[in-house]
Every structure is written in C-alpha cells, then in structure tokens.
Design a protein around this ligand. Structure first.
Ligand code: 7PJ
Length: 285
C-alpha cells in the first residue's frame, strides 16, 4: 500500500507528489510571503492548476532569526486561506508549531498538520490524535533563532532517523495510524551544508522506516552554497534536489516551483521506475 490518509483525502504515493508552499507571512526567505489573503489564495489555486496535490499554508516564518508571531495573528493570516482552499476541495496542510492554530485550521478544513517541532509542544499530539488528519513530523536541532549557529551530530542520518522513529512511535501510541504519518529530516533546520548533503544521500534509510517521507529543499541555502546562486536563481538546483530525493524514496516534495517540479517528475516517471518504498500497513502495527 502506498496511501496517505489525510482527513477526507486519500493520497496515492505510488509515485511522488508535489506540495506547493503558500506563505502568508511578511518575511519568508524566498517569495517574501503574501500578507494579502486573496493573493495567497490565487497563488495556491495556480499551484493546484500546475499539478500540486497538497497546499501547505504557513503564517509564521521559521527561517533563522525570523520574528515570532502570536497565535491570534497567525490565525488571522492562515484561516481564510485554509478555509477557501478546503472549500475548493483541495488537500490543505497547515504549517504551524502551535496546537491552537492546528485545531482551528483542522476545524476550517485542513487535512494535514505540518509541524517543524514534530508535535512536541504540549497538547499538539492530542490535537492530532483527536482528528483524522495526517501529520508531518519534522526534525529540527535547536530553535529557529539559533539553530544555524553550531549544528553538530555524531552521525546525522542515525540521529535524525532515531528521532523521527521515536516521534512516529509516539503518534502510533496516541492512536494515529501509520497511514496518517509522514516523516521529514528537516533540511536546513539545525544542519550544516555537509549535514544536509549527508541526509539527502542517506534518504533511503528514512524511507525504510515505512512511513511516507516528505522533503523540503526548495530554494534553501544549502542549494545556494552548492550552486553558488542567490535565492531567486535556485530553480534548477531545487528541481535537481527534488528529483534526487524522489529517487531515494521521498514521496512528497514541498516546493515553491510547482510546475517545474511536476514536469521533472513526469519525465522521470516516463523513463525510470520509482523505488518501491515499503509503507507499513495498519495491520502490522
Ligand atoms: C520545511 C517546512 C521543511 C517541512 C519550512 C522553507 C522554510 N516544513 N517548513 N519541511 N521548511 N515539513 O520553506 O524553506 O523542510 S519553512
């Protein structure tokens, strides 16, 4: 089975799919974000036309040094966007660390909780368990404000994989089925360029855990470091990274550039088989 169950949506992950990023923020690192709700909705609808399977809506930037936003302000930004897209029938993911925002977004029709803190905030796991939404558990070393100061691992792949396996097990213990769980190594979240490369090269070890793997590499600074490009010149590098991840078993690609990524996947799809990643079935719990 290669299925992700997310609220009323059943997402076929036999081939990789694309999650389009919509930032309703003032200070996101690439597209600057859009505080204008209508512009954010239009942008998301274009991504859906371009082939995005999921739209990830965020109202608080997690980039290093970004300003924190309180729950009320975050909700004011994201809820109208979540509600409009959910009304369209889109599969909407809410990118937040706050349980109150998770709950309100689910009430407005979100089908996936995407949490860079892997549901470790008090109450977050309970919100997810009380719903039928899917969850994306991401690894981060440290805190957004300081995570890039001195990231250190003995063995990045082993440490990150162990953390994600533990968080996924906590979800299963709380009653969240494996068919609702997504794991993500968290590229750029408390990692040097060398750590990120190591994690991407070792991505099959994450896929082998039996949960759907999501990666977010789009326009990130590691690609700037490798290609020597500013953020607005990282399209080709981002598409290459997305393909490299998909070949190693990633099944959800979180990107800004939906059309280009969908095209690249279509070409690969026509030529090469995707690795048969083993998603564990519920019966095996
Ligand atoms: C990620 C994310 C990521 C998941 C951001 C950016 C920075 N959520 N939210 N994975 N990155 N799951 O958009 O580059 O890598 S915010």
């Amino acid at each position: 089975m290669h299925i992700l169950n997310a609220g009323s949506h059943t997402i076929d992950l036999a081939t990789p799919c694309v999650m389009g990023i919509v930032n309703v923020t003032a200070d996101s690192f690439f597209d600057g974000g859009r505080l204008d709700v209508d512009a954010a909705i239009d942008h998301a609808r274009r991504m859906l036309d371009d082939g995005a399977r999921i739209i990830d809506v965020g109202g608080e930037s997690t980039r290093p040094g970004a300003r924190a936003v309180d729950a009320e302000e975050e909700l004011r930004r994201v809820l109208p966007v979540v509600a409009a897209l959910a009304r369209d029938g889109a599969c909407v993911s809410i990118d937040t660390m706050k349980p109150a925002v998770m709950r309100a977004a689910l009430d407005s029709g979100a089908a996936i909780i995407n949490d860079v803190r892997a549901l470790q905030a008090p109450g977050a796991l309970d919100v997810a368990a009380a719903s039928n939404a899917a969850v994306c558990l991401m690894h981060m070393q440290g805190e957004p404000a300081t995570m890039q100061h001195a990231p250190a691992y003995r063995d990045a792949v082993t440490e990150v994989r162990t953390f994600l396996a533990r968080r996924a097990a906590a979800c299963v213990d709380a009653g969240i089925g494996r068919d609702r769980i997504v794991i993500d190594p968290g590229f750029g979240f408390g990692k040097t360029v060398a750590h990120n490369v190591e994690l991407l090269r070792g991505l099959d070890a994450f896929a082998a855990l039996g949960y759907a793997v999501l990666v977010g590499l789009s326009r990130k600074s590691m690609l700037g470091a490798i290609a020597g490009r500013d953020v607005d010149e990282r399209l080709a590098a981002s598409v290459a990274a997305a393909l490299a991840a998909a070949v190693r078993g990633a099944r959800i690609l979180r990107v800004h550039d939906v059309a280009a990524t969908v095209d690249a996947l279509a070409v690969w799809n026509a030529i090469e088989p995707w690795p048969a990643v083993q998603m564990r079935e519920q019966a095996q719990q």
